[in-house]
Write a protein that binds this ligand. Structure first.
Ligand code: HEC
Ligand code: HEC
Length: 245
């Protein structure tokens, strides 16, 4: 008679131990399973592993623009963004991530990243009443007018002809221009670089937001200054001795 309660106490202990392990013998505990890389759909993990190196931790900006910029997210076209993530931007360091374009991410993962960027960092109504310029240019732009626009809105910070100025870097530099796309330039003119103190299209000249056409024209002017052999001081396309200026 005395043994029975003892046995059942042991059995109860056994049960408790099993419950504490919360998994039947031999099976991995919850959280310890290794998820195959192409099964990861958690936004934070995907962004950290694929994007933050260039767009900054939590999308706050780095070598490239911050994606956690509600002004950018109110202007960018969602399908255009998805396509950029999938196919990359040719001629720049923005890689293609879709498997169909040689990348490592599945379509489901690209969807998770793109929709996560909007739901995490977008802010509805941020541009209410601001009449923002269109994300993509509607025309090819006028180079001569663009030069005047640059003088009005950009030279105060970036110097005449974009040689660098008191507050902004040398964006007319041929190596810089060789590494950025026209849309990349347009995006920065529209959204600024809030992470680096660059104003958006409303803040370049006090009380004078840039028009859509002015943005298109200034990008056309910058694009016209690309050279065939960037960054080569002794190449045929740029034979002036920089020391003689
Ligand atoms: C090796 C650096 C690098 C990595 C990694 C990278 N990007 Fe980019 N990304 C860039 C650069 C540079 C540009 C600007 C390209 C240009 O000039 O148009 C860019 C542009 C973009 C744009 C377009 C901005 C615009 O003009 O509308 C989006 C959206 C974007 N990246 C999202 C991502 C996402 C999401 C990831 C991760 C899945 C990622 N990027 C990873 C460098 C990178
Ligand atoms: C009030 C000063 C100011 C004005 C005006 C201004 N910018 Fe900037 N801009 C900055 C700052 C600050 C940065 C970030 C640091 C840097 O790269 O110079 C920047 C960055 C940029 C960049 C990115 C450079 C890079 O390294 O990635 C581009 C492109 C640019 N500006 C274009 C323009 C254009 C075009 C105009 C005129 C339409 C303009 N900016 C007007 C201050 C200004």
């Amino acid at each position: 008679m005395k043994r029975i309660p003892c046995l059942s106490a042991l059995a109860a202990l056994h049960f408790l131990l099993l419950a504490a392990c919360s998994a039947p013998n031999g099976q991995p505990q919850k959280g310890s399973e290794v998820v195959a890389p192409n099964q990861v759909v958690d936004f934070d993990t995907l962004f950290k592993e694929n994007c933050s190196g260039c767009h900054g931790a939590d999308g706050r900006g780095g070598a490239s623009i911050p994606l956690a910029n509600p002004v950018y997210l109110a202007v960018v076209d969602e399908n255009a963004m998805r396509k950029i993530v999938a196919d990359g931007v040719r001629g720049t360091s923005m890689p293609a991530f879709a498997q169909s374009a040689g990348g490592l991410l599945t379509d489901e993962q690209i969807d998770a990243i793109a929709s996560g960027i909007f739901s995490r960092w977008g802010r509805k109504g941020i541009l209410d009443g601001a009449n923002p310029p269109s994300y993509a240019a509607k025309t090819s732009g006028d180079v001569a007018r663009g030069e005047i626009v640059f003088g009005t809105y950009c030279a105060t910070c970036h110097g005449s002809e974009g040689k660098g100025g008191p507050k902004g870097s040398a964006i007319g530099n041929d190596s810089f221009l060789a590494l950025v796309s026209d849309q990349g330039l347009r995006t920065i003119v529209i959204t600024g670089r809030p992470d680096l103190g660059a104003p958006d299209w409303r803040g370049n000249a006090p009380g004078k937001p840039m028009s859509d056409q002015e943005i298109t024209d200034v990008v056309a002017w910058l694009a016209s200054r690309r050279v065939a052999s960037p960054g080569q001081p002794y190449s045929a396309s740029n034979h002036a001795n920089p020391l003689e200026k």
